[in-house]
Unconditional design. Structure first.
Length: 403
């Protein structure tokens, strides 16, 4: 599939070494930790042979005195690399959203592509009508030429992001060049310099239809309802969540992300509406699941975007049924299970330390008895006992934790 998980490759060797050196309690602990790592499906795309992956996002450039300085890569730098063998390695979270430093570079790159109406002409009514040939051509010859992306899910995210950016750019272009006080023909004559008059004419005539104006009015009304700003700036929710989970070593829920993205550095909410919504969510979550609380307080989720998750996550990934029911999906349940297993890890670590001390005490007592020569004939060696217990671990009967 062109992917590798960053944590699971050394596990088999590690298990073998630990099985030989430590009691079975420790081995079970390693298995539990490994499963948690496997469930945390943060992935990195693997570069295609013949290309060099550039995962240190810096570039070197000389100043006026000829000194070479190292700076962060810009979108312009990426376009300049199109014909070179260098491509940027991308990183994705368990929901197939881009994360890490390369994600902001990818977002800016996609924005530039969507703004070029030579790639996706302005004349189509919506993104679904843009021919697949155009989309695939840009994906293969422009995006894959600069970024290492080979996974179908990641392609879906990229095309979805392009569609949103293309739609937003068209709206801004129409607002800039179209004048409702002028006639259709006059507006057609006033076409943007980088768009042909024929394409602009089709676009203008469509935007002045009753259907298009009704959609525009509804969108404007919905935007007017958005009175709660977030504080993340250009950083996506997915990237912020990834940073927090990397720092704290645990998952962050939708409710936590809502709170973090709507609170100022001083700890206060961005406005009263944000504080009230947070309190309603907290109150509802006392009686139902987190997903149901969001549904009750915020309403139905929209395709391709889930509150507290960001772009690229569909409601079906989070909510159990398409009708807006409240049961969690397997993905959500897995996240909860990870948290439970991480708690079990901490408990097992403490138990394992105690068990190791007890075994050492038994070994010392056994050796002292042998040194005194008064070992009883039926005294069982703690060393042999540990070996016997370890040999039964695959049957699961003596494992201290259910996995």
């Amino acid at each position: 599939m062109g992917l590798y998980h960053s944590h699971n490759m050394p596990q088999r060797k590690l298990w073998t070494e630990r099985m030989e050196k430590f009691p079975f309690e420790i081995c079970a602990l390693e298995v539990l930790e490994a499963i948690c790592s496997l469930l945390d499906t943060r992935t990195r795309e693997v570069e295609t042979p013949g290309y060099v992956a550039l995962d240190k996002l810096t570039s070197k450039s000389p100043d006026e005195q000829g000194h070479i300085s190292q700076t962060r890569l810009r979108v312009q730098d990426v376009f300049a690399m199109t014909d070179s063998p260098t491509r940027i390695l991308t990183q994705w979270n368990r929901n197939n959203q881009p994360v890490g430093d390369s994600s902001s570079l990818l977002a800016g790159f996609l924005g530039q592509i969507a703004s070029n109406f030579g790639n996706f002409p302005v004349l189509y009514e919506n993104w679904t009508q843009v021919p697949e040939q155009y989309k695939n051509n840009v994906y293969v010859n422009t995006i894959q030429a600069n970024f290492v992306v080979n996974n179908e899910k990641h392609k879906q995210y990229i095309l979805g992001s392009l569609g949103k950016k293309w739609k937003d750019k068209r709206c801004r272009l129409f607002d800039k060049y179209h004048n409702w006080e002028l006639s259709v023909e006059e507006n057609i004559q006033n076409h943007p310099p980088h768009i042909s008059q024929d394409h602009w004419a089709i676009f203008v005539r469509y935007r002045r239809t009753a259907k298009a104006m009704d959609i525009a009015n509804k969108n404007a009304a919905n935007r007017a309802k958005l009175v709660i700003p977030h504080i993340l700036g250009s950083k996506t929710l997915a990237r912020k969540r990834d940073e927090l989970e990397t720092i704290h070593g645990r998952k962050f829920s939708r409710a936590e992300m809502y709170q973090l993205s709507h609170k100022k550095p001083d700890g206060s909410f961005v406005n009263e509406e944000a504080r009230e919504l947070h309190e309603k969510l907290h109150e509802e979550m006392q009686h139902c699941s987190e997903n149901e609380a969001f549904l009750r307080v915020c309403g139905k989720e929209h395709p391709g975007y889930v509150r507290g998750m960001g772009l690229g996550v569909s409601p079906s990934q989070i909510i159990g049924s398409s009708s807006g029911a409240t049961s969690s999906t397997t993905s959500f349940e897995s996240n909860e299970r990870i948290e439970q297993m991480q708690a079990e890890i901490q408990t097992l670590k403490a138990q394992a330390q105690v068990a190791e001390i007890d075994v050492l005490k038994q070994q010392i007592a056994f050796l002292m008895q042998r040194a005194k020569g008064d070992e009883t004939p039926d005294l069982e060696s703690p060393v042999n006992k540990r070996s016997s217990e370890g040999s039964h671990m695959p049957d699961g009967g003596n494992s201290p934790a259910t996995i």
